[in-house]
Design a binder for this molecule. Structure first.
Ligand SMILES: [Zn+2]
Length: 317
């Protein structure tokens, strides 16, 4: 039935930016990775952009009885405690990525880097994210404070780093009804990488309003979905350092799964799943329809980043 996204078995991977920092964060599991200091002069230092779940966690603490997705439902992410840190340096080829979710993360990061460094509107300022730091349970960031699995994957601008507890896919995302296929995992990373692109382009400074249907926060998040769509469309044809495409066989099934995932992380969908009323005033990431719309918009953007200008768009869905 269509199969799933595969990686070019012979491609070489660059795992230098991906690391497992263990359960307590702060680089203890990573073997000497320096903890970056916040950006000099950083007006936006410490901005933390979680992909999905921030809304759930922040709103369900608020006393409404009957929330199906209570904080306690997220609390036991005991998968992979420190001491089981994965050595990402063992991810060397596309074949490794075909055989392991961890190495697939490296491959997706490589593809995103290859894609964005060649985009004309980004090339002048491009640099890869400083790191993807995989943690287990909790982590100390380099400028965005401490975070736990509940927050979901997030990007910290102060250290230009993507943080991810892979247990997220089996806990929170599953509770939302999601299935973490390889392409869905890639979509999540592509969204976070989108925040990195926004960081490079200075877009984050546009965010003045943090909540609500037409808030800047929603516009920022939908733009990250759009950027993810831009990459998804070109993933099969983006050349790696050796001139070959790293990703093969992005299927119609993959795309459908990505679109479904975009629905499952919509603010209205999460509010419904949590047993509460749909309240647009509390939205931070956009509705299911909006997230699907902007992912699809990115896929049709033909590498023109201006197609993703959610800040100028009058209608977001
Ligand atoms: Zn986000």
């Amino acid at each position: 039935m269509g199969g799933q996204m595969r990686f070019n078995a012979k491609a070489r991977l660059d795992a230098s930016r991906t690391q497992d920092v263990g359960g307590s964060g702060g680089g203890t599991g990573g073997g000497g990775f320096p903890i970056p200091i916040g950006k000099a002069g950083g007006g936006i230092g410490g901005l933390i952009v979680a992909v999905i779940i921030y809304l759930v966690v922040s709103n369900l603490g608020g006393g409404d009885a009957g929330g199906a997705l209570s904080d306690s439902a997220f609390a036991d992410s005991s998968v992979g405690l420190s001491g089981q840190a994965f050595d990402y340096a063992t991810c060397k080829t596309g074949e490794d990525a075909n055989n392991s979710d961890e190495c697939a993360l490296v491959a997706v990061e490589n593809s995103l880097t290859d894609y964005w460094k060649n985009q004309a509107q980004v090339a002048d300022v491009f640099q890869p994210e400083r790191a993807i730091r995989v943690f287990h349970g909790s982590v100390s960031t380099g400028g965005c404070g401490n975070a736990t699995t509940d927050v979901g994957p997030f990007y910290c601008s102060a250290d230009q780093t993507i943080y991810l507890d892979t247990a997220f896919y089996d806990t929170i995302f599953k509770q939302l009804g999601g299935t973490a296929t390889p392409f869905v995992r890639a979509y999540v990373i592509a969204h976070e990488y989108g925040h990195h692109i926004q960081d490079l382009l200075g877009t984050m400074s546009k965010v003045k309003t943090q909540q609500g249907k037409k808030s800047d926060s929603v516009r920022l998040e939908l733009q990250a979905d759009c950027y993810a769509g831009m990459w998804a469309h070109d993933a099969e044809t983006t050349p790696d350092a050796e001139g070959n495409a790293l990703i093969e066989d992005v299927t119609a099934d993959d795309i459908a799964q990505g679109i479904t995932a975009a629905k499952e992380v919509g603010d209205d969908y999460i509010q419904q799943r949590s047993g509460g009323a749909v309240n647009p005033d509390q939205w931070t990431h956009g509705s299911s329809a909006e997230r699907q719309h902007w992912f699809a918009t990115g896929m049709q953007a033909n590498d023109d980043i201006s197609a993703c200008d959610t800040f100028s768009a009058r209608s977001l869905d």
